[in-house]
Each structure stands twice: as C-alpha cells, then as structure tokens.
Write a protein that binds this ligand. Structure first.
Ligand code: NAD
Length: 376
C-alpha cells in the first residue's frame, strides 16, 4: 500500500502527520511511505532522517497524491486536491465535517474513503488513536504557558527578604482533556487553582489534581453516550454565569475550554464579568475557533478589554510542533495498524467496525456517517 504524507498548507500549521518514527513503524508493517520534501521543517527533522526511516522523499506533491492508496495529514485537504485522489483512496485527517460540507461532497464524489479524525469514538479501545485528546492535552499545557508569559505577575508563592508574593489565582472553566491538563500545569507552576465543569463527574478529577471544584447549582445537565456535555438551557447558562462571575473577578488568569461537540461553544464570560477582573489579568479563550466562550475574543489575537488581556490564540498545540506531531503521528499510525491486513500489506476498511462507523465520513461514493446524515 502506498502511503503519502503531504506538507500542510493551512496558514500557520506547524504540525505534521508523520515523524521518522511513525514512518519506520509503517514501513516495517509493509507500507511504501512517501513524504513531501521539507515535511519536518518545523520539528527540525531533515528529509535525510525520513529517508533513514525507510520513507521516500517526494518533490512532486500532485504526483505523490495521485498515486496514493492512503493519505495522512493534519488539516482537511484543499478542495482542489480532493480531485487528485484516486477512487478507493483512504484519506485520514481533521475534516471539520460539521461545517465543511462542500469538501465532504467532493471527497464522496471522488470515491475517496475519508476518515475524520475528530470523530473517532472516545472509547477505551480507540484511546491510542484519539487525536482530539492528544492535541487538547498539549493545548491545555500551552494555554497556561502563554497566560503566564502575558501575566505581569508570577504564579508561585515566594517568600523572600524583599517581601512575600502570594500565589496567582487561576480559574479553569471546562475540565475535559484540555482543562485537566491546564489545571495540572498551573498547579505545577505553583498557582492556586479553581475549576468548574457542567459534568458533575469531573469534580473528582479536578480535586484529584489538587484544585478546588467550584460548586454551582445549575440543575440536571446529563451527558451524551460519548461522554460529551449537552447544551445548557438559557436559564442554566445564566445561573452558571452568575455563579462563576465572583471566581473570575478573584482570578489573575481564567482559562476557558468549554465545548459542546458539533455545536457552537457556549458564551460563558460577558464583558461585564471581564470588567470586574483586575487590570493586567489574562483570559485564554480555548474555544475561540468554535465561536468562543468569551465576549470580545478574536481568533489569533490578543485583545485588551478594561486592562484585561483576552487571548484568542488558535492551534495552541501547534506552538509545540515536535510533541504535537509526535503524538498526532502516533495516533494515525495506531489507527492504520489497527486496520492493517498483514497478508494484503494494506489498511482494510471494515465498515461495520465500531471505530470506523464513528469516523468514516465518505465511502463508495456516498456520505456514510450516520451522525452527519442525521444533521442534513
Ligand atoms: P470537549 O472539548 O468537548 O469539552 C471540554 C469540556 O467543556 C468538557 O469537559 C465539557 O463537559 C465542558 N463544558 C461544556 N459546556 C460547559 C459549560 N457550559 N461550562 C463548563 N464546562 C462546560 O471535551 P473533551 O475534553 O474532548 O472530553 C469530552 C468527554 O470525553 C469527557 O467526558 C472526557 O472525559 C471523555 N473522554 C473519554 C476518553 C476515553 O475514554 N477514551 C478520551 C477522551 C475524553
């Protein structure tokens, strides 16, 4: 099976879908791997290192993609490139299938079997393929680091002859994968951390990291079968905003990570709450790409509101491209390995498999994903 890994063309994307280590693993399984020249530049990995792992370094992007039986990448393909893929080609990447319907229609028309990495079920079996988790975890770490750099104060308590510095207060909203890593990172830096999530089960995880769970009574919330939070009613949202406003006002750093799968992110912090915070404080809106948890946050910008910095940086995992690529490439190699047929030397799509049922979007010229079909 011919596997192709093109360089990413999305502006600012530093992550890649293959490292020399994951290439070596796939070559050992019997794959022919081609990577585009310069693929590893943001990781400071040379073409020679890919060659040493058994991969071929290709200069012609179009030719490499036209020949491929399997394409691995981070971002969705540009629409023009969907037409280059041969019928029956498997394409694995983020696809943003809830909003990229024109692209998915093109992939289906080209006979491509497109796997959307963000739709891999959050099951125990699929954990090693779960790129949402691997990238969210790094993003949670980076969110705290960028906040610490921006904050005109330090995180830890310091008792010095020049005086005592009290620890910074950090408030994390949303204690999923990114939020828990943000809590752990802020704790390691010495901050006093408080967190809130609408899933009551998250309180134990928050407390096990040594943070305080903010109790707000918003009534019954529930979660989906996949473990995702459900959308709150307007009344519940208003109770939450009221309950957390005091914690925001007392915080030096607020990190918001609240997401509802497949929907716009809930608006949790209004301008009036930001104006109650101390000047110099920092908010990182990790949900900015899906609409934002914070009023006034702008994708990829640092905005000042009443002296408070609101950071709307996207692709936080891309700020640590070595580890982000390492984890993402491992997730993809694990997915390919899971469906690898050693006899045929190829990845075999068992479309009744529970993992594939969740994440296969197009196959045999059609849109096959039940969840997406239900939305149309
Ligand atoms: P996510 O990115 O969709 O959302 C982030 C967090 O925001 C979630 O914890 C969610 O509950 C929370 N949230 C939503 N609305 C909120 C609101 N109004 N206020 C505060 N918080 C709000 O979630 P995720 O981090 O991708 O994780 C989703 C779920 O999947 C979690 O339950 C997680 O434990 C589970 N999970 C399971 C596995 C596995 O078993 N393999 C792997 C990863 C995640």
């Amino acid at each position: 099976m011919k596997i192709a890994v093109p360089a990413e063309v999305h502006p600012g994307e530093t992550r890649v879908a293959m490292t020399p280590e994951s290439a070596a693993k796939l070559v050992k399984m019997g794959a022919e791997v081609a990577v585009e020249r310069g693929l590893g530049r943001y990781m400071h990995v040379t073409d020679a290192e890919y060659e040493k792992s058994g991969a071929r370094v290709a200069s012609g992007r179009e030719e490499m993609l036209r020949e491929a039986d399997l394409v691995l990448r981070v971002r969705q393909p540009p629409e023009v490139e969907a037409a280059w893929l041969k019928s029956g080609c498997i394409h694995i990447s983020y696809l943003d299938p809830f909003s990229q319907s024109a692209l998915t229609v093109k992939l289906a028309a080209a006979g491509v079997s497109a796997v959307s990495i963000e739709m891999i079920p959050r099951s125990t079996l699929a954990q090693k393929m779960d790129a949402l988790s691997s990238q969210a975890s790094l993003a949670g770490y980076v969110a705290v680091i960028v906040a610490a750099q921006r904050l005109p104060r330090v995180f830890p308590m310091m008792m010095t002859p020049a005086g005592t510095i009290t620890p910074a207060n950090v408030f994390v909203i949303g204690a999923g994968v990114a939020g828990l890593q943000a809590i752990a990172t802020a704790k390691r830096l010495g901050a006093r951390v408080t967190a809130f999530d609408v899933r009551p089960s998250s309180s134990t995880e928050v407390e096990s990291l040594g943070a305080r769970f903010l109790k707000i009574d918003i009534g019954d919330v529930g979660q989906t079968l996949d473990g995702y939070a459900k959308e709150l009613s307007a009344e519940q949202l208003s109770k939450q905003k009221e309950g957390q406003a005091k914690a925001c006002a007392a915080s030096d750093v607020v990190i918001t990570t609240a997401q509802i799968f497949g929907c716009r992110a809930p608006r949790l912090i209004d301008r009036s709450t930001i104006e109650r915070m101390k000047p110099g404080s920092v908010i990182v809106d990790m949900a900015v790409e899906t609409g934002g948890n914070v009023e006034g946050s702008v994708p990829d910008e640092a905005v000042e509101i009443g002296g408070v910095s609101v950071l709307g940086y996207t692709n936080l995992a891309g700020r640590v491209p070595d580890h982000a690529s390492q984890m993402y490439a491992n997730n993809l190699a694990n997915l390919v390995e899971h469906f690898w047929n050693t006899g045929k030397g190829a990845m075999e799509l068992k479309i009744d498999d529970a993992i594939l049922k969740g994440c296969l979007v197009t196959h045999g010229g059609e849109m096959v994903n039940e969840r997406l079909r239900a939305l149309r």
